[in-house]
Ligand binder design. Sequence first.
Ligand code: FES
Ligand code: FES
Length: 162
Amino acid sequence: MQAGDTLAHTLRHTLGLLGTKVSCDRGACGACTVLLHGRAVASCTLLTVECDGGHVTTIEGLADSASGALHPLQQSFIDHTAFQCGFCTPGILMSAKALLDQNPAPTLEDIKEALSGNHCRCITHYHVLEAVQDAVARTQAAAQDAVPRTQAGAPNGVERMR
Ligand code: FES
Ligand code: FES
């Protein structure tokens, strides 16, 4: 690794993590988006040395490392065919992941704003918005299922007797 290497270059060429894509290489397209301390950043605009000691998450880290299960965003993108060539997809997924981690119930406008720096030359934007909205719904449904029935207000105990 050279002192002047960008984070994107190090991820791809030193670490072999080829999921992170590079297109414009100047912070304009979002293809190289990764998470740095949970925030979406353009990895082509950061020097690797600037990230020393930082926690970086790439698309390779989005699926559940223990079970291998896809992240709800990944599954939704597949179900909604929210990609064509797929070159922009890792960056979009990482931007969406950062949004959902900070705001589990984003509005459509929130989603548009969060993805405004990610460009898709295949014009999949409508499918992407649908996929992210669906991932939000799935995540909320899963969280609801995980709540014990008594906390969820399901018929149980005292409530059932009324
Ligand atoms: S390759 Fe980094 S923003 Fe375009
Ligand atoms: S799917 Fe081709 S650039 Fe977005």
